[in-house]
Design a protein around this ligand. Structure first.
Ligand code: FE2
Ligand code: FE2
Length: 174
């Protein structure tokens, strides 16, 4: 069995629905890093900032691509066959994407403006923004994992899944 935690991001691109779940595990790892870094902004500032740059690089590349996979490849192909309640569910997912993006932008801006070493007030603000992002994104992932694979598997045809797989590879320059 493939160990998703150490598998390269391309490992499940031929099975797009599985790929979404694999991306969620990678996102959860970065959320955990955001939380772990907070206490070290004061005592190991340089190390903490290096860890944050790696997390931001991930969210700006893989994280953004994951959202594009959902919003541009999956959601439009599902729209016509959703129940009204499922339409509301997808609408809610898109709304959460926008909310997460806004919190993420605030977090990134805040980190870019930190003094060196950061003040306790700056660290508190960092911890608040990181907690807000983690809470929202974990809830988002939980609801996607719980419902989205079954909806996608019910509606999408093998041809749809092939096309989605191709689009996902194209997005990653593969
Ligand atoms: Fe999502
Ligand atoms: Fe997702």
């Amino acid at each position: 069995m493939i160990n998703i935690r150490s598998a390269p991001p391309s490992a499940t691109l031929d099975t797009p629905i599985d790929h979404l779940g694999a991306c969620h595990r990678r996102i959860e790892e970065r959320l955990q890093t955001l939380e772990r870094v907070g206490p070290h902004l004061l005592d190991r500032t340089a190390e903490a900032l290096t860890a944050l740059q790696a997390v931001f690089w991930f969210f700006d590349s893989s994280g953004a691509t994951h959202t594009a996979d959902e919003e541009e490849s999956f959601f439009p192909r599902l729209a016509a066959n959703l129940t009204p309640e499922e339409q509301q569910f997808l609408y809610e997912l898109e709304r959460e994407h926008a909310q997460a993006d806004a919190i993420y932008d605030s977090l990134k801006t805040h980190v870019a403006q930190l003094t060196n070493p950061p003040t306790p007030a700056e660290v508190t603000r960092y911890n608040d923004l990181a907690a807000e992002l983690c809470t929202l994104y974990r809830k988002h992932i939980k609801s996607e994992d719980a419902r989205f694979p079954a909806i996608a598997a019910r509606i999408l045809t093998p041809a749809d899944l092939d096309a989605i797989s191709q689009e996902m590879k194209h997005r990653r320059n593969l």
